[in-house]
Design a protein around this ligand. Sequence first.
Ligand SMILES: Nc1ncnc2c1ncn2[C@@H]1O[C@H](COP(=O)(O)OP(=O)(O)OP(=O)(O)O)[C@@H](O)[C@H]1O
Ligand SMILES: [Mg+2]
Length: 256
Amino acid sequence: MIHYQHVWKSFDQPVLAGVDLEVATGEMFALFGPSGTGKSVLLKTTIGLITPDRGDVSVAGISVHRAGREALEEVRKKVGYVFQNAALFDSQNVFGNVTMGLPEDELRRLSNREVARRVWESLELVNLEPHAVLSKIPAELSGGMRKRVGIARAIVGRPEVLLWDEPTTGLDPVNTAAVERLIKRLSDDLEVTSLLVTHDVEGGLLMCDRVAMLDGGVVRFCGTPDEFHACPDPLVQAFIHREAAEAALSSIAAVS
Ligand SMILES: Nc1ncnc2c1ncn2[C@@H]1O[C@H](COP(=O)(O)OP(=O)(O)OP(=O)(O)O)[C@@H](O)[C@H]1O
Ligand SMILES: [Mg+2]
């Protein structure tokens, strides 16, 4: 469903240096890696927000960077994107923010009533009370609620693919577990292909069919959760132990 083919991207310094990765239809896939390794950059190449210097990405067989404007619109219709920091519009209420997840041609085609129904359904799917939150602006919501609104916006267009960029970062352990259950339930109920970037390695390993680790601009590991645990690569082992220690520290900080 998603195919990264030898993706290269440099800014001041090289970030991605030949990333090859395939995510199968219906799969739930986690992408790990140290901070600053280019996980968000890679996700952004999937919907054409960042253009690779070399290589290509395809979604459902459509080339994102070579097939032109119309193909890119097709891809964007298929893909829901949960941004790293929710990325809601401060001045828009929840209804306005979620509506923005609908592709333009659908917005033109659907009646106001149908748009309202789709927004309502999406909020219910992420366990928010629509009538309580619809007219609130982001500043009136908790961090966990803002994340849920960001997820509702990503699913309102009924995507085939969901890209999740650290949907649980900054949440306390209870909210982290709740959002992870939500990701799993949505992926199952909506039968989407999910690519999840997360620092919660333990959660990612529990939820996902396969995982990969990005480091040094390339895919350092790709395989099942069991293979990941058993991987003899010292860099992978060091990463697993460092992330586990950091997760423990951040849950202590969130509780105290
Ligand atoms: N639009 C941009 N312009 C210039 N540099 C960028 C841009 N986007 C990302 N970078 C750089 O690319 C590198 C990778 O960034 P990216 O956000 O993908 O990291 P990440 O793996 O998602 O990290 P984190 O886990 O902290 O979210 C960083 O050095 C960042 O400064
Ligand atoms: Mg990131």
